[in-house]
Every structure is written in structure tokens, then in C-alpha cells.
Design a protein around this ligand. Structure first.
Ligand SMILES: NC(=O)c1ccc[n+]([C@@H]2O[C@H](COP(=O)([O-])OP(=O)(O)OC[C@H]3O[C@@H](n4cnc5c(N)ncnc54)[C@H](O)[C@@H]3O)[C@@H](O)[C@H]2O)c1
Length: 471
């Protein structure tokens, strides 16, 4: 039997030449050692093997990612690098970098965007290649909520006009003389007892509802596609409307917290003349979702003829200098805490995927989690095209190679299927070799990649690159 100590010695010898195939440590005394293949074939000429640290996951980052978030990668197991220096990366973390396929080495198993949108990642192509793309939903919700609260006050107390007036008076040396007389120009109203209607009751909508409730506001909301998890988070006092028109009717403040979706059935210009006609005279519209949700012409008509207000976080060619608007430069998520929270969530998501095969918060892969790997077992994950018969072929290949499956899960989403399989390792076997079975499974028609998640971080990954075995 080959001990863990012996295999580590072997690995360091191999490292000086090529990555070679390697033998990983035994699960426990009296249980089998596990052999997988890593560094054969294309790997030997791929990336930058001189600086590749065998035994660590290599992480490639784009943009400045919060150091608090990156600190969640333990340095004993993770080698975090930027851009060009990470030619053998196992996972990528980014913020706004516009990613091209050429940024993505063959060794990459996952991509995480620190933020909600993934427009800067070629998600469709990643799905074809079998690479999950993750995001960080809700990580910036608190930052946006706080700015929505601020904006309700901006909309009710003429604070911006007051500040500008004081600057003006100050520059003329008239501030002390005029302040008490002029303050009458900036009278306002209080939030307590007023009605806030929230359109979109997801992460931002629900946290805003709780905060507004604590300020003594009445709550309405509209979200025909609300998830069960989001519904459970809402304050009980929130009155759910059954249409957009009903939601905005009678509201003093209307907060838009829905995604912008182009095309038929989307949300482009959803706040249009037909909806605005239900606004009450002094309604204040808060837009911290996307500028394109609002029909600016129709809103201008309302603002010109009413005491309404518009506070928005987005560029606005028609309304930027209207006396009843306040336009901010997309500040919603711009806090250090939101960046830390997004990076931390992205790191935890990547770690959980690399270390256990779990998929959570992916925009292209099915949510998948299996209970912890049982003792004396090795975990396999397989990504395949979602075509009939793949699961049967995979389980049959394990069985015909003498492997017993202890537990497994198979999930699919759109064009992709994902399997997590825990294989039993019997007592006192000498070495359990996964080389052959991994090659057979990976090279099945329609399989894109496989991983043996066990032992040394980073090893045990194989891809079917258009019929060529990359391991
Ligand atoms: N200003 C900023 O910096 C900033 C920051 C983060 C997010 N945002 C915007 O805020 C939006 C909401 O963010 P979130 O984290 O709460 O998203 P979320 O996905 O958690 O919630 C969105 C909710 O909107 C609902 N919805 C979708 N279409 C709807 C419709 N037509 N009518 C009513 N409800 C609808 C969904 O069912 C979902 O519950 C994002 O899509 C993004 O555009 C802006």
C-alpha cells in the first residue's frame, strides 16, 4: 500500500520535470490510496508549468477585487494571481472586465462575477464549454437600500435645493442674514405614516420594505414572479397588489427594484403613461434599478404638471435639470462594504464548487448540492450536454469498472447536465485507480468534463476537448 507520505514525495519529484500523473494520499490508515491522473497530454505543454504550484488551486482575478473577500481563500490551498500571471487558472474572479474566450485557459472550471449582472461574461459560450458562471445576488442589497432611504428624504425635504441655496448665499456673504427668512422655500413632509409601494420584492425590495416599516411607513408591493424564499422574507404588514396600476395608486413613494429586460414581455419603459396616470399628485418615484425602465417623456409630463418628484441613479438626458428631479451617478452599490460582501460571496461560491462540487448562485448551471461526501468515498463530478441517456452511460461505466456508487445527484438546466457521484473505497484495497474510468467517462459522447474531487487541490480535472483527452 502506498502511504500519503510516499505519494507527496513522489509528487515533488515529478514537479521538477512535468506535472506527470500522480498518486494521492490514502483516505485513512487501512483504507485504499487513490490514484488519479493529472498533467498528462496537453497539460504538459499548457500554460506556465514552471510557476504552477502543484497542490494549490490557481485563481485568476480581473479588476481590483476586495482584499477582504480574497482573504477567504486559504493560502495553503489557493494561489491567487492577476491576469497574465495565471496561465493555469482553475477559477476566475472578476468584476466589470469584459471577458473574452481567450482570457479563459483550458484548465478553468468556474467563473464568478462579484456583482449581480453577468453581461460582461460570454455565458452562452461558457455553457457550451461546460463551465459554470456564478454571480453574487443580494450582496449589494444593503448598500442600495440605504441609498433608497436617503432618496426618500431627498424627495421629501428639498435637501439638494437647500444645499445649493446655502452655497449661493454663502458665496455672497448673505447666509446668516437670509437663512431664517429663506427656509420657508424648502418646506417638506415626513416619511412616517406615508405609503411606500415597492415594485419588485427581491433582495433590495424586501430589505427596503423592512427598513421603511421601521420608519413607520405603510407598505405596498408588486411582484408577480416572486420566489418563495423572497416572499418569506417580506414584512407581514406589506399589502401585495395584483397589478402595477394598483400598486402605484395612492402611493406617496414608489421604489423600482426590478431587473431591466429588453424585448417582448420585458421591462423596457414599464413605467409609462398608462401607469403614471395612476400616480397621486405628489408621488415620488425612486429609480435605483435601471434608467430604461422609465418612459422619460411620460414622466416629464407628470413632473411638469404635478408636485411629483423623481430620484434616480441613472443618466437622464431629458430630466437631469428638472426642478423636481435629483439624478445621482449610479452610486447604489458603490460602498466598500458592498464590494467586500460581493467578493466574499464570490469566493465562498467558488470554494464550495471547487472543494465539494456544490453549485449555488449560478446563472447557467443547475443548483446542485449533495450531502457531505461519506467517509471512505471519493467524489466525482461530471458535466455533460443535456441529452437523453448520459446518466445511464455514466453509471454503467462506473459499474462495469467495478465501482460502487454510494450516493449521487443528477441535475440539468437548459443545455447542460451536472452529476455529483460519491464512489465507495473499500477497506484495505491497495490503490484505487481512477485513471481509466475517468478517461472512459470523460470521453463518452456528450460529456464535457469531469473532476475527481479528492486529495490535492487542483488535480483530477479532465476535459473532452472536441474528442481530445485533456488531463
Ligand atoms: N443602483 C445600483 O447600483 C444597483 C445595484 C444593484 C442592483 N440594481 C438593480 O436592482 C434590480 C433589483 O435587484 P435585486 O438584487 O433586488 O434583484 P432580485 O432578483 O433579488 O429581485 C428582483 C425582483 O423583481 C421581480 N420582478 C421581475 N420583473 C418584475 C415585474 N415586471 N414587475 C414586478 N416585479 C418584477 C422578480 O420577481 C424579483 O423578485 C437589479 O435587477 C438591478 O438592475 C441596481
Amino acid at each position: 500500500m502506498i502511504s500519503a507520505r510516499a505519494s507527496i514525495h513522489l509528487n515533488s519529484k515529478l514537479r521538477s520535470r512535468t506535472l506527470g500523473s500522480l498518486i494521492q494520499g490514502s483516505i485513512k490508515r487501512n483504507f485504499a490510496a487513490v490514484e488519479v491522473e493529472h498533467g498528462r497530454g496537453q497539460w504538459q505543454t499548457f500554460g506556465d508549468l514552471d510557476s504552477y504550484k502543484l497542490g494549490k488551486y490557481q485563481i485568476k482575478t480581473f479588476n481590483k477585487i476586495s482584499s477582504k473577500g480574497l482573504a477567504r481563500f486559504p493560502t495553503e490551498e489557493y494561489d491567487v494571481r492577476t491576469g497574465e500571471d495565471a496561465l493555469n487558472a482553475h477559477a476566475i474572479l472578476l468584476r466589470s472586465h469584459k471577458m473574452k474566450e481567450s482570457d479563459i485557459p483550458h484548465t478553468v472550471r468556474a467563473i464568478a462575477r462579484c456583482g449581480a449582472g453577468t453581461n460582461n461574461v460570454p455565458v452562452k459560450r461558457m455553457t457550451e464549454l461546460g463551465i459554470p458562471v456564478f454571480n453574487t445576488p443580494g450582496a449589494n442589497a444593503n448598500a442600495v437600500k440605504e441609498l433608497i432611504l436617503c432618496s426618500m428624504l431627498l424627495g421629501s425635504r428639498r435637501i439638494v435645493d437647500g444645499i445649493n441655496h446655502m452655497k449661493d448665499l454663502g458665496s455672497q456673504g448673505l447666509a446668516r442674514e437670509r437663512v431664517e427668512k429663506d427656509k420657508a422655500m424648502f418646506g417638506g413632509r415626513e416619511l412616517k405614516g406615508k405609503t411606500l409601494s415597492i415594485i419588485g420584492l427581491g433582495h433590495i425590495g424586501s430589505t427596503t420594505a423592512h427598513a421603511a416599516s421601521k420608519l413607520g411607513m405603510k407598505l405596498k408591493g408588486y411582484d408577480p414572479a416572486i420566489s418563495v424564499q423572497s416572499a418569506l422574507k417580506l414584512p407581514r404588514s406589506l399589502d401585495v397588489a395584483d397589478s402595477l396600476a394598483a400598486a402605484v395608486s395612492g402611493a406617496d413613494y414608489i421604489s423600482l427594484n426590478i431587473p431591466y429586460i429588453k424585448g417582448d414581455g420585458g421591462t423596457h419603459g414599464i413605467i409609462n403613461a398608462n401607469v403614471i396616470e395612476h400616480f397621486k399628485n405628489g408621488a415620488c418615484l425612486l429609480n435605483f434599478a435601471r434608467g430604461e425602465l422609465v418612459d422619460s417623456e411620460a414622466l416629464k409630463g407628470f413632473l411638469d404638471t404635478s408636485d411629483g418628484r423623481y430620484i434616480s441613479d441613472f443618466p437622464e438626458d431629458l430630466l437631469w435639470d428638472h426642478k423636481n428631479t435629483v439624478i445621482l451617478p449610479h452610486l447604489g452599490a458603490s460602498t466598500a462594504e458592498a464590494e467586500d460582501a460581493a467578493a466574499s460571496m464570490a469566493v465562498e461560491t467558488i470554494r464550495s464548487f471547487l472543494e465539494t462540487g456544490t453549485i449555488k448562485n449560478s446563472v447557467n448551471f443547475p443548483a446542485t448540492s449533495l450531502p457531505d461526501r461519506p467517509e471512505h468515498s471519493v467524489r466525482f463530478t461530471i458535466v455533460n450536454k443535456n441529452v437523453p441517456g448520459r446518466l445511464a452511460e455514466i453509471t454503467e461505466t462506473f459499474a462495469s469498472n467495478g465501482f460502487n456508487i454510494l450516493q449521487q445527484i443528477n441535475q440539468s438546466r437548459g443545455e447542460v447536465g451536472y452529476n455529483v457521484v460519491d464512489i465507495e473505497i473499500k477497506e484495505k484495497d491497495d490503490v484505487v485507480c481512477f485513471k481509466d474510468v475517468q478517461e472512459k467517462i470523460t470521453m463518452l459522447d456528450g460529456v464535457l468534463s469531469s473532476r475527481v474531487i479528492y486529495g490535492q487541490p487542483g488535480t483530477g480535472y479532465a476535459r473532452n476537448l472536441e474528442g481530445e483527452y485533456f488531463v
